[in-house]
Each structure stands twice: as C-alpha cells, then as structure tokens.
Design a binder for this molecule. Structure first.
Ligand code: GLN
Length: 492
C-alpha cells in the first residue's frame, strides 16, 4: 500500500469506505506528517489533533454500522478566513487574535455532512489581501517546491499544505485569484466557482461581490468532488444561487472532441515569464491533440482589469472591515475616549497592506471621487463581463496562464505593492465578471517550479472547465509529481 498521505481525496474516501484503512489511521498519518514537516513549510496555524482524532473514531464507528457518506472519515484543511465552530479564526490578522468562531460556515457544515473531518487552520495573507501569504501577521509559509520562495496567496497555506501532502485537500477563497494563483505556484488544482455557487455564509468578507469559496486539491476529480459537496443554495447567503449542489465528479471525460477553446491574445503579454508562456502554449497544443478546436479571441478589456479590481475590491473592503473596531469585533486597545480606542485598536491590529487598502477604498468612495473612480470602475466591470459574454458565444472555455510568473522569492515584491498587484493580472477578470476558473499544473520551469494553466468558463460553466481540465490532466504526468521534501524530514 502506498503512503496514505499521497492519496487523493477520492482515493482516501474509497479506501476508508472499503476498510483498507481506518479514518483514525489516515488522520494519524496526516498528524504525523504535519509534525515532521510543517515546521519547514508553515502551512498550518493550528492543528486540531484531538478534535480530528475524536471525529475519526466517530467516523470509523459510523462506517462499522454501515453508514455511507461521500467523504466519510477523510481530513480536510481549512483557510483561516472560514468559521469553524470553536476554532480560532484570525484571517491572518493580529486584530482577531483570541477570537473563536461561534458557528460553522455553510461550506464547513457541508463538509461535515459529507463525513469529512476539519483537520486544522491554514495560513493566509491578512484578510485575504495579497498574492504571496507574506502579508500574514502570523507566520511565513514556504513553497514546498522551493523553500526560499512564496507559495502564492492569499490561500498560500491551503496550497502549500496540499502540495506537501499535509492534507488531501483544502478549502480556500478567491476574490481576485487567491485560490488559482497559489494553486499554480504550488503545483496543485484550484477551482474558483461561479459567484453564488457556494454559500459565503461564515466566510469573513473581504470584497463581498467578488469573494467565493472553493477547493484546492491534488487533481481535477477531487476539485469536482469537493465542489459537489460544498455547492448549492443556502438561504443564509442572499447571493447564493437557487440551484441544487452540482454533480460534476460524475461528468469528467478524457477527450475534448467538439469543444471550442478560446485563446485570448491579451493573456500572453510582454514581460511574462517565457517558460510560463512556452508551457501554456504546449498545453494548448495538447488540448488540440485531444480533439478541441482552438479559437483566437480578443478581450481588449483585460488591460483595465487590475485598476478596476483594486478600486472595487478596496472600496468593498473599506466598508467590510469597519466592523473591526474593538467593539463589534477585534481585540480592543484601550484609549482616552471611544474614538481614540477605535483608532488605537485599528492602528495596532491591522498590518500595512490592510491599512493601505482601507485608505484606498475610502478614498475611491469619498464624495467628489466616487463618480471618477468607484462608479467608473463599476462601468468597466460591466464591460469586462460583456467581453466574456461575447467571447463565450464563439467558444466553450478559454485557455490562459494563471500567473505571469512562477513562484517568486520572499521579499522580491513586498517593497513595491503595484508589482505585487500585477501578479493578479490573469485572475481578477474572472472575479469581476462573476464567472468560473480553474488552475491546474501544465509543466515545470527548468529550476523545478510548477506552472499553472487556467481554464476559464462562463457563469455556471464548471462542468465545461472541469471537463477540459480533466482531459488535459489525464493526458499528462504533471499532477503526479511531488516536491522533494526530504530536507525537512526529521528537522528539529
Ligand atoms: N491578490 C489579490 C488581492 O490581493 C487577490 C486576493 C484574493 O483573491 N483574496 O486582492
């Protein structure tokens, strides 16, 4: 029997179901590996070892009584922005130190209903603002493929944990690329569902009109499986679509005959890493070989996407983060009067990037600037959506790189926020348009860093993008590669 921590989610669930391994043994294998390796990676902020073992025992008992559930007894990692009843939820921020979640987010509740076991809390950029996880106030998370490099962000802990076999799958969130970009940089699969597919209830809001919860997994089938579990209408999120949970995992094929795949010229830009471009173009050829027709597409709106995103997202963030005032939420720093208290609380609790965005967001919403920035950004946002609608009249999905570069070194972009924002150029459009996208491995650089291919689909086009992703994945070996973490083994 192969090492249990290398199994996919589907494989783990099957082996537990068949009794080849108990849930307790599987859970212990992860706890043991986290013990040995996570000091070097830094993916987990908290591991709920006792809770996970107790649930594993309960799962084994349920199984022995003949109960069935799709993920019965399989552990899953959770990003630090989702409420898990009784666990800390800090959003990678000092301001929420000491906070404990009073309830389960709907996505977590649905994981539990499917029999999965929340294993621990995964690191992230503070309030999901960032592309490298360097904005976490808690700790550094390292890329398992090169410990001197970032795992991407903001779901860097989730991606690093999946890549390093520290959990079979994890939940992340994606407001402008935070599932897909870290998945690309860590060599795993990351799915950003259509806006409204997955309930945001219990997700601490960054930019409410862009945020979506989604899976980070070892392969495409697992992403489909996890999406099937967490999707579907939830009356507690008024933006959740009135649709039943998906059944994507049953519809994955191996060929692409009859599919038209668009190649948007604007996603192959000057200045992008040549190794990324080569790998993505090779993936396009591979899709052609699998029977797809490749259609050239133009999305001229793309050049305005970063500016639009950083206006809309910061505007919403400035409003959403008002609740961290030391009264409603946030660890209070006493002051001379209430205003002074709020100022001190927020000055001490938020990190520099969060402050920058609150200031930017407040500015673009302020009277006199609202029309020039925020309102105009909303108009461009609608135009971006119109561009995709037009594109999807001539193709079923789009193929693009996920990130213009592979994983970068720590500190390389922290001095220049704009440089960091530009890493999101290929991902923010999908959130602005409210559509869906998946990133999956499509090669490695000569230095051994993973490269991500993004498949973008129309609203509710998850079945189409996962079909493309799965057919491509199954015709390659990329998803089977593992980082060599021997250096971390046994490290004190
Ligand atoms: N990197 C983008 C940002 O900093 C996206 C983050 C996200 O998707 N949460 O806002």
């Amino acid at each position: 029997m192969s090492e249990p921590t290398t199994w996919t989610l589907a494989e783990s669930a099957r082996r537990v179901r068949e009794g080849a391994i108990s849930s307790l043994e599987l859970t212990d294998a992860y706890l043991d590996r986290i013990d040995r390796l996570d000091r070097a990676i830094g993916a987990y902020l908290t591991v709920d070892a006792d809770g996970a073992r107790a649930q594993a025992r309960a799962a084994d008992e349920r199984r022995s009584r003949g109960e069935r559930a799709p993920l019965l007894g399989v552990p899953v990692g959770i990003k630090d922005v989702l409420n898990v009843s009784g666990w800390p939820c800090t959003c990678g921020s000092r301001i929420l130190e000491g906070y404990r979640a009073p309830f389960d987010a709907t996505a977590v509740e649905r994981l539990r209903a499917a029999g999965a076991i929340p294993l621990g809390i995964l690191n992230m950029d503070e309030f999901a603002m960032g592309s490298s996880t360097e904005n976490s106030s808690r700790q550094l998370t390292r890329n398992p493929w090169d410990l001197e490099r970032v795992p991407g962000g903001s779901s860097g802990g989730s991606a690093a944990a999946v890549a390093a076999d520290l959990c079979p799958a994890a939940l992340g969130t994606d407001t402008g690329g935070s599932i897909r970009q870290p998945a690309a940089l860590c060599g795993c699969v990351g799915l950003k569902p259509t806006y409204g597919r997955v309930s945001r209830y219990g997700l601490v809001a960054y930019a409410s009109s862009l945020d979506q919860i989604g899976p980070l997994t070892k392969d495409v089938r697992d992403a489909a499986l996890l999406h099937d579990v967490i999707s579907g209408r939830d009356p507690r999120d008024s933006t959740s679509l009135d649709l039943p949970p998906t059944s994507l995992a049953s519809g994955l094929g191996r060929e692409l005959t009859g599919m038209r795949l668009g190649l948007p010229a604007e996603y192959f830009i000057d200045g992008m890493d040549p190794e990324v471009e080569t790998a993505v173009r090779a993936a396009v050829e591979q899709c052609k070989a699998l029977g797809a027709e490749i259609v050239p597409i133009s999305l001229p709106q793309t050049r305005y996407a970063i500016a639009t995103y950083y206006i809309v997202a910061t505007a919403e963030a400035s409003a959403n983060l008002a609740r961290f005032d030391g009264v409603r939420y946030g660890r209070r720093v006493p002051g001379e009067d209430p205003i002074d208290m709020v100022e001190r609380t927020r000055a001490a609790g938020f990190g520099p990037e969060v402050k920058r965005r609150i200031i930017l967001g407040t500015y673009v919403l302020s009277s006199g600037y609202y029309d020039a920035y925020y309102l105009r950004a909303l108009k461009v946002r609608r135009w971006i959506r119109a561009g995709f609608d037009e594109a999807f009249r001539s193709c079923d999905a789009l193929l693009t790189p996920t990130s213009p570069s592979p994983a970068f070194r720590f500190g390389e972009r922290t001095g220049d926020p704009l440089q960091m924002y530009l890493s999101d150029i290929f991902t923010v459009t999908v959130n602005l348009a409210g559509i869906c996208g998946v990133s999956l491995p499509c090669g490695f650089t000569k230095a051994g860093l993973p490269i991500g291919l993004q498949v973008i689909g129309p609203a509710l086009g998850e079945a189409a993008i996962l079909r493309v992703a799965h057919a491509y994945e199954q015709s390659t070996e990329w998803h089977t590669r593992r980082p060599n973490l021997a250096v971390g083994e046994g490290a004190a």
